[in-house]
Design a protein around this ligand. Sequence first.
Ligand SMILES: Cc1cc2nc3c(=O)[nH]c(=O)nc-3n(C[C@H](O)[C@H](O)[C@H](O)COP(=O)(O)OP(=O)(O)OC[C@H]3O[C@@H](n4cnc5c(N)ncnc54)[C@H](O)[C@@H]3O)c2cc1C
Length: 661
Amino acid sequence: MPPATATTGHITRLPPLDNTYTSDPSLRRVLGWYLSPTHLPSLDSHLTTLGAEAISPQIKEWSADAERNQPYVKGFNVWGEQYGVDRLVTSEGWKQLTKWGARNGVVALGYEDTYGAQRRLAQYAVNYIYSPSSGLASCPISMTDGAALILSQEVARKNLPPDHAFSVTLRHLLSRGGGNDVDVDFWTSGQWMTERAGGSDVANTETWAVHSPISSSGGNGSGKNGDRAVEEGEYLIRGFKFFSSATDANVALLLAKTEPSGKLSTFLAPLRVSSPTTSASPTSSNPGSIPSDQGQVTNGVRIHRLKNKLGTKELPTAELILHDTRAHLVGDLNKGVSTIAPLLNITRTHTFIGSLGAWRRALSIAKGFARARTTVGEPLWLIPMHLRVLAEGEGRHRAAMEVGFFTIGVMGVVENGRSGDSGAKDNVKASHLPRPGAEATVVFRTLTALCKAVVSKMAIAGIQECQEALGGVGYMDEADEPEFNVSRILRNTLVNSIWEGTTNVLASEFVRFLVKGRGENLVVFAGWIERVLASIAPGEMRGVLLQAWTAWKERVSGAVAGGKVESVLADGRRAMFTLAWVLCGMLLVLDAQRDGDGVTGEIARRWVLHGEIGVGDTVWRDIVFPRKATAVDEESVRWDCRIVWGEELPAVAVGHRSMKL
Ligand SMILES: Cc1cc2nc3c(=O)[nH]c(=O)nc-3n(C[C@H](O)[C@H](O)[C@H](O)COP(=O)(O)OP(=O)(O)OC[C@H]3O[C@@H](n4cnc5c(N)ncnc54)[C@H](O)[C@@H]3O)c2cc1C
């Protein structure tokens, strides 16, 4: 054999990624379970197109561009004159990926009638495919969705007219793009909560709002598309926001305190306003005199600096100085936290869906590599130990998909007051969804916190295994090749355990919510889960799940009854991860039971009976433990192959060189 040179010798050539929808049995399974037959064909067609686009040369190039050309800020021109708006320079790829999302309805689908009461399922299935190819544009999208929910609730609650600032903003947030006569431009929204004194504890906010309505208002609805109404908020805000990710957004929802109460309220502010020469609402602090190309100046928002981060480098995360930023009060005065709380349910849902999508992409890359690689003279995809690593990744991902998409199903029940479009007919298969009303609300609140925390942690561990599964190349970080860059996926997913509530904060919220008062929410939750557990066919798995749930409930309700809630709070992570284990197991068993799918049944057994896969170490070990010994035999290798590749183990596996001592 001739010696290798830089251009000759062995080259590992990976097959291109498959359509990210049609090659994803877990997604297709959960959609087949929760989506009604009326809606499935049309969503299937949308996702098939989107799944092909997600791996297309164009999207890859935009994604590479967003990573290569990271955002920067230019505040002054070459002569030293300050721009009217700090110029946040983002890549073309970043901008195009945002528009690609809007065209596909990443926000709009959750509010349109196309999928009726199942619009959230459709929307989040689209986001699951969109997110890993979006170059992190999915982050502003999530906050935009949250803002859309808050504003749509306000518009409905107060029956606001179409030219009101909230209605105008909402039309932009729900747009699919603009550039034609029927649609307005798509806007994104930021979310400014975190300050230097704390993100988890917003009570430490040092931003203040003063009521200062404009006397010579131009009136609602003036300007292009009525946008001027958005600029004419009745408050002026001053403060410093420590983390703003959607810094190129059009508007932001923010928290600020007001006198005399010193309590928090929620506000809506545009980032830019019409130039003072044309605006009826000049702010008092626009020192810059060079308007942007669109004739706009800043609404008192200056970028102090962009953050240097481990990952999410495509995303322009900044520290912002707010000086007389004109803003509208949203919701009731002094009720800032309860006003903005529904937004968190949305952004947390985007976070766990993003984690799931990223994890799936990493698994697909690792599987593509295993197909292409040979080691010790054997194809990597069939080496039993490697096969097991991949099977465990697939099993954990499937379990996380079960609880994630179930939670979105519950969101649909909460938002629509029913679980399907046409009554029972739609929901024959998904009778385990909670009942509309208090039950659905309690289950949803519990699960959004739980899924965001647990699924993000599982995804980080799962993606790290995928990185290692590629050997040294897995550790490479090639901006130009997003289709193979597991390092970028890992870096970007790491943040999912921090933003929108750290794991501790979510565990704390989870426990507090369930044990509140005399544990009323826990009683409601127990009513639901016990009904579902009873619907599982009698057998070993039902027995184990019932035993685990009963032990969990006794521990938590015992603490409530004994006035020892602090002890559960201190162990909140274990409480939350243990319940997550029960829920995943329950959903896996139900899923396997509904059509007898062998692979789902095997994953359920490995999860519930053998403890071979699970949510991680942070569980109550006297509740989550293996009930049956792990079988070390050829049959389990055969199941690994079915789980990973959906096919029977070829004969080559017997007598593997890698298995010989
Ligand atoms: C890349 C990136 C982008 C971001 N973008 C935005 C954005 O656009 N808008 C925005 O508002 N914020 C944003 N954030 C901020 C993020 O939401 C906060 O960093 C996060 O909520 C944590 O707040 P903190 O940094 O103040 O940490 P702290 O709240 O100080 O937390 C420090 C530690 O204390 C623990 N802890 C805190 N409270 C409790 C408790 N009650 N019980 C037990 N442990 C506790 C936490 O788990 C953590 O480990 C972003 C952050 C990052 C990294």
